[in-house]
Write a protein that binds this ligand. Structure first.
Ligand code: PMP
Length: 408
């Protein structure tokens, strides 16, 4: 392994750089985020003097219950929900499992058909496969070339047996924002529930459950700069689920297992910070994103933007470079201390092209030539300059070597 990649170049305080060494450029916030130092500070007492099990009937347990419920209220406030509409899980994957499998199991009598958008995270596609094996009918709703799901395309798949539709708030890959309000309005009064995976959008876009009639909403702690390994599921009052995890009956019986109190307190601290900083942070990230997009499209020939030109996450710039492999680009950038992604980190170990890019109509070789830059809380304007100092030359060099690129 490259020594420099592990150790970084020059020492720098973690709190200033979000864990990077100064000089290194981390633009893969979609894959993982550092925990905000303010969050770590809030969590620390809950490992030691404020430990406790909320199920205990003594004072230590009471204090733990108080911290748990305060945290629930803070996470609920971020999305305009009531505290009792939020339960904590071990992460977004578990929230997605509980939402889809729990809803399907509890509402079997109403129907056996589920619609999942084609541009969802791999967890939802694999849950869809599981439901299909269990005998449900699972339909896919295709996106347009920008990764956007047209509510009419979803409507055309709904039958009398449809019980649930699952569409993410925004794509974690190409960054396209979905028309969730229009989808929710279209489904209002039909008896079909709407599940939204909001992981890619949380902390970046305002999410308000009083304004949008979503029934189930998945959140992740780390995507708010909270600790990894924790998530939440919003369950609108009146929405019925069957438990998927059996045990001691915690979290209204829907998610048994002793609560991870330090992480829950951390997610709450992260939610408070996100709520306060969101408008300014979204504007800051949008400016960096747009500067990178403009510079790449102006400077590098045969480069294209994947995803929607305007309806996109403030922190996402996703490109396709004709004639070269995203992997080679990623490795060349890694040599320069710039860390990016070719797509969803969760499936990056397979050689398959991204299902999201293919469903947007890209050819396999086009999908393979894609690269994703995601900015975050510790990104700086200078990061864009660092990328533009090296990317045009790297692209030119790789194209020179590529039998696929015939324009040099
Ligand atoms: N949904 C989306 C949109 C994601 O990007 C991810 C991965 N960060 C997940 C779900 C799954 O999250 P986790 O691996 O933390 O359970």
């Amino acid at each position: 392994m490259d020594d420099r990649t592990v150790k970084g170049r020059k020492g720098a305080r973690v709190s200033e750089t979000g864990g990077r060494e100064e000089g290194d450029v981390y633009l893969d916030y979609q894959s993982a985020k550092p925990v905000d130092p303010r969050v770590v500070e809030a969590m620390l007492p809950y490992f030691t003097e404020r430990f406790g099990n909320p199920a205990s009937l003594h004072t230590v347990g009471d204090r733990a219950t108080e911290a748990l419920e305060e945290s629930r209220a803070a996470v609920a406030a971020l999305i305009g929900a009531q505290p009792e509409e939020v339960i904590f899980t071990s992460g977004a994957t578990e929230s997605n499992n509980l939402a889809l499998i729990g809803y399907a199991n509890r509402n079997k009598r109403a129907g056996d058909h589920v619609v999942i958008s084609e541009v969802e995270h791999i967890s939802l596609h694999n849950i869809g496969k599981y439901l299909a094996k269990e005998g449900l009918r699972v339909s896919k709703a295709p996106p347009d070339q920008y990764g956007r799901i047209d509510p009419q395309k979803v409507r055309s798949r709904i039958t009398d047996d449809t019980i649930l539709v699952s569409v993410g708030w925004a794509s974690n890959e190409v960054g396209t924002i979905q028309p969730i309000s229009a989808l929710a309005e279209m489904l209002r009064g039909t008896g079909v529930a709407l599940h939204v995976d909001a992981v890619a959008a949380e902390g970046l876009l305002p999410i308000d459950m009083t304004a949008v009639p979503v029934d189930l909403l998945t959140l992740s702690s780390n995507d708010l700069y909270g600790p990894p390994g924790l998530g939440a599921l919003y369950i609108r009052k009146g929405t019925r689920l069957a438990a998927v995890t059996m045990g001691g009956g915690q979290e209204r019986g829907l998610r048994s297992g002793t609560e991870n109190l330090p992480a829950i307190v951390g997610m709450a601290a992260a939610a408070r910070i996100a709520a306060e900083e969101l408008p300014a942070e979204a504007a800051r990230l949008t400016a960096m994103r747009d500067r990178l997009i403009e510079a790449v499209l102006e400077t590098i020939p045969d480069a294209h933007l994947n995803g929607h030109p305007t309806e996109r996450l403030p922190n996402n710039a996703h490109f396709r470079f004709e004639g070269i492999e995203g992997e080679s680009l990623l490795l060349s950038l890694k040599d320069e201390g710039i860390w990016v992604s070719t797509g969803s980190a969760c499936s990056s170990k397979t050689l398959e092209p991204s299902h999201t890019l293919i469903s947007c109509g890209l050819l396999h070789e086009e999908a393979h030539g894609s690269l994703e830059f995601t900015f975050g809380r510790f990104s700086r304007e200078a990061d864009v300059d660092s990328v533009m100092e090296v990317l045009p030359d790297i692209v030119a060099r790789l194209r020179h070597l590529s039998p696929l690129y015939r324009k040099v």
